[in-house]
Each structure stands twice: as C-alpha cells, then as structure tokens.
Design a protein around this ligand. Structure first.
Ligand code: FAD
Length: 471
C-alpha cells in the first residue's frame, strides 16, 4: 500500500469508510467552486461526524504531512474552499457536524456545530422566539463554519454587525490536532487575547472551526419593506442619514441596486417584475424591524418616505403591502448574484469605503474605466449602509468579454487603487481565498503582512492548513 492509500485507510478507520470519498464522480461537487471559476483536485474528501473525529483526521494528516482544505457549503466566492491542482490535499467537509448543541434564551445564545446551514440556525433561533440576524442569499447552503471563516456580512450588518460581532465563543481543531474548547457564552471576558477572532475570517488557514456560540436577538415580529427610486448614490447616502435619524435601530437593511443589476435580474430570474412604474437608475431596498408586533412599521415607513419625497431624497417608492410582496422585493435584490452568473463571466469586486465616499468611488471608478473601455458594463449593488458594494464588470459580447476578462489585472488596478486611496478595503465580506492573494500583498502594509505571517507560522508551522489561500 502506498502512503496515500495507507492514510486513507486510517482515515476510513476514524470516520467510517462511506465517509471517505475518492472516486472522481464523488469528488466533483467538492473540487469545483460555486462561480465555476476554480477547480482543483483532492486525494480524498473526508466527512467526519464529530469534533473528536475532525481532531483525529487533522492529527493523522499532520503526522503524514498531508495538507487539509476545510469546506462548508462551498458557496464562497474567492476559491478559498477549492484545493490546489496537485491533488495532494485531503478535503475535509464539515457538513455532517449538524447539531444545534444548545439554545439558551436567557443568555440569548445558541451553540451550533460548524456544518449547520445558516437557514437551520435561523430556524433553531426562531423556535425559541429569537433571531440570528446574519442573512445572505446563500443561506440555504452556506454553513456556520464557512460563515465564521469568511467573517460573512450580508444584508443586516447595518443593524447587527458581521460574523465577528455575532460570535461569543468557538471550538477549533488546531493544525496539530488539538481541540480548543473556547465555547464560552460571555459578553464580558477580559482574560488576555481574544483568540476566537484569530480564527474568524482566517478562511481555514489557522485551524478548523467545529462549533460556535452565537448571539441571538429579539425576533422582529413587525417588519416593513420598501423599494425606492433615488436620483443618484449621493442622494441615497443622504436618504440613509435621514432614515437613521427618523427610525434609529429599526432600520435593519439599506441596499443599493444600480440599474444594470436590476435589469439582469428582470431578464434572467423567472417571475421577477419591475418594482416601480419605471426602472430606476438607482434603487434602494429598505427594511425595518421591531420586536413589538403591534407597531405599524409600514405606516411609519410610508410617512418617513413621504417626507423624504418632499425633501427631494427620493423620486418614487413602493411599500410592500403583503408578505408575498416583501419577498418579491427582496428577491429582486437577492438574485443579483444569481442573475449575473446566468449572464456570464465578469470581473468581480467586493469593496468597502467609508459610507460617505461611495458616491465618489462610483463616479471616479466609472470615469476611469470608461476611458479605457468605453461601453464597459458596470453592475453595482450591495450593502450601502455598510459602505460595501459589489462592483462587477463585463464588456461586450462573448469574444470581446473574454479579452476584457483577460485584462483583469489592469481592471483591478484601477478599482483597487481608487479604493485604497479612499481609505477602503479590497475585500469587504467575501475574503481573500485564492482570488485576491496578490491584491492582499499589494495593499496590506508590510507590518500587517509580517504579523499575519508570524501568526500563521506560530499556529501552523508545517503550512498544512488550506495552503495557497490568503497568504
Ligand atoms: P465555503 O465556501 O465552504 O468556505 C469558505 C472558506 O471558509 C474557505 O476558505 C474554507 O476553507 C473555509 N471554511 C469553511 N468551513 C470551515 C470551517 N469549519 N473551519 C475552517 N475553515 C472553514 N457572503 C457575504 O458575506 N455576504 C453576502 O451577502 C453573500 N451573498 C452571497 C450570495 C450568493 C448567491 C452566494 C453564492 C454567495 C454569497 N456570499 C455572501 C458568499 C458566501 O456565501 C459566504 O462567503 C459564506 O460565508 C461561505 O460559507 P460556506 O459554508 O459556503 O463556506
């Protein structure tokens, strides 16, 4: 038996033979990414069923010097969960770790294993009348371990924060196979370094998350949703300030959608209908929430929007009159990524700048890109309330677009140099993965990169945890 076969036999002894996959057909769903942009090879996919089994798999791989690629729902957009092409790595899927270990309504916490889908965590929280607020379009398939490892954001960061802010404790298997039990549900704990934050957003390069203590919130029993047409992004930023003043914490989402993004959704998503009589150049989707079911949020929102209309901040608006209409408005926003996937390849950016600089970013980036590529299609949408936009570019029909995509480096330089000059980030919520490794080297300071390398070296001296990602 060669070394690989020996290792796989040992791993089968740990997780059970049916949970070690090595036939090409079985590996396919794991070694190709959601966007269809990355594909790799793995010597096997291993599916442990408990944290103890994860630890044992990691220990065995570490002893054999075999790299590991952790994977959750495989919905990441930066190639972080796709193994390299050399076929050396074992891909470790967390999807069998699906238990909600505990729910504590007094402490407003829930302990979920890494392989729980985000939707399953929502359901577990709702069963005790609570909300777990992380919300994103991939929530039926993405998993808590992946959400933590990418520090996922989504549509409710404005009100509740991203994964870093929603997590109180973690359980992690370290690269040498030791299990760290940091599952403390404390809101106050000043006992030295906040170690959990090292693993959140680390994209599996420092260890494997097996469970987490997550924060819960009161369930918003009253909700209201509106679709608003606004003249331009600067007016949308003013509208955000206006609504925050009026509605405070009740404002739970504020999403900007450029016309090109809405057009793609209307073209490609079955059942999608224009929200207003005319398709606006710039739209904002607004959501309010309140725990008190008796609060008439739709009336509050209507009044606030009527005042915003008078103040010249909006041109038109519709407030959803039913649950179905609310869902239909949200679907227009949430299908933006899916519609783009159907349309074809584009160069994607996930940028953040201070909120007030979003209009400057859009204006300057558009000008600079159009100078080099007249007719470039700019599909911009995202979480304006967080200063985070998805800024995706394509040019012309197939052959012309292929040539444009090949010049991705030049395109990135224009977009990311501008983001950097505006004090922003080249990755707001999707992470670095394989996609932005070069960009990270370019835009992080030497001091930051040194600290990151030192941490990696300290925790994973053999460099076996998700090699080729982030650093
Ligand atoms: P995967 O793709 O499986 O993995 C992502 C990274 O985490 C990889 O580096 C992997 O190695 C690592 N990893 C996974 N599990 C573990 C673990 N247990 N321990 C250690 N490392 C691990 N993201 C947002 O932030 N906001 C959005 O609004 C958003 N919208 C999306 C919409 C669509 C339609 C799609 C397809 C994706 C969207 N995403 C969004 C991106 C994606 O859903 C998130 O990045 C999500 O958090 C990834 O979770 P996953 O379980 O699929 O992780």
């Amino acid at each position: 038996m060669n070394a690989d076969a020996q290792l796989l036999a040992a791993l089968a002894g740990v997780v059970g033979a049916p949970n070690v996959l090595s036939a090409a057909g079985d590996l396919a769903p794991y070694v190709n990414d959601w966007r269809g942009r990355y594909s790799g090879r793995a010597c096997a996919v291993v599916r442990p069923g408990s944290a103890a089994e994860v630890a044992e798999v990691v220990r065995r791989c570490a002893a054999a010097g075999v790299p590991l690629v952790p994977q959750g729902g495989n919905t990441g957009l930066c190639g972080g969960a796709t193994p390299a092409d050399d076929g050396r790595a074992v891909l470790i899927s967390l999807s069998r770790l699906q238990r909600i270990r505990a729910v504590d309504p007094d402490n407003n916490t829930l302990v979920a294993e890494a392989g729980c889908t985000l939707a399953a965590v929502h359901e577990a929280a709702e069963r005790v009348g609570r909300l777990f607020p992380l919300s994103l379009a991939a929530e039926g398939s993405c998993q808590i371990g992946g959400n933590l490892s990418t520090n996922a954001g989504g549509v409710h960061v404005l009100r509740y924060g991203n994964m870093r802010e929603l997590t109180l404790g973690l359980e992690v298997v370290l690269p040498d196979g030791r299990l760290w039990d940091g599952l403390r549900g404390l809101r106050k704990d000043n006992t030295g370094y906040d170690l959990k934050q090292l693993f959140i957003g680390a994209e599996g390069t420092l260890g494997i998350i097996t469970a987490a203590v997550l924060k819960l919130f009161p369930l918003p029993r009253a909700q209201a949703v509106a679709w608003v047409a606004t003249a331009d992004p600067a007016t949308a930023v003013s509208l955000l300030g206006f609504l925050r003043d009026r509605l405070g914490e009740r404002l739970s989402a504020f999403e900007l959608i450029g016309r090109a993004a809405l057009d793609l959704v209307l073209e490609h998503i079955p059942g999608a209908r224009p929200p207003l009589a005319e398709v606006p150049e710039w739209s904002v989707l607004i959501e309010l929430g309140d725990p008190d079911a008796g609060v008439r949020l739709d009336e509050l929102l209507e009044q606030a929007l009527a005042d915003a209309l008078e103040a010249g901040l909006i041109a038109d608006a519709v407030v959803a009159a039913s649950l179905a209409q609310r869902a239909a408005l949200w679907a227009l926003r949430e299908n933006a990524s899916e519609a783009q996937k159907i349309e074809g390849v584009s160069i994607k950016h996930d940028i953040a700048v201070p909120v007030g600089r979003i209009p400057v970013f859009l204006e300057r980036a558009g000008e600079a890109l159009r100078q080099v590529w007249p007719g470039v299609r700019i599909v911009a949408f995202g979480h304006l309330g967080d200063g985070n936009l998805h800024y995706n570019l394509s040019h012309g029909r197939e052959a012309e677009n292929t040539a444009f995509i090949a010049r991705g480096g030049e395109v990135n330089r224009i977009v990311h140099d501008l983001v950097d000059a505006l004090g922003g980030s080249i990755s707001a919520e999707h992470g670095i993965g394989q996609l932005k490794r070069g960009e990270l080297q370019r835009y992080k300071s030497a001091v930051e990169l040194d600290m990151m390398r030192a941490l990696k070296q300290a925790l994973d001296p053999q460099g076996l945890m998700n090699p080729g990602k982030v650093l």
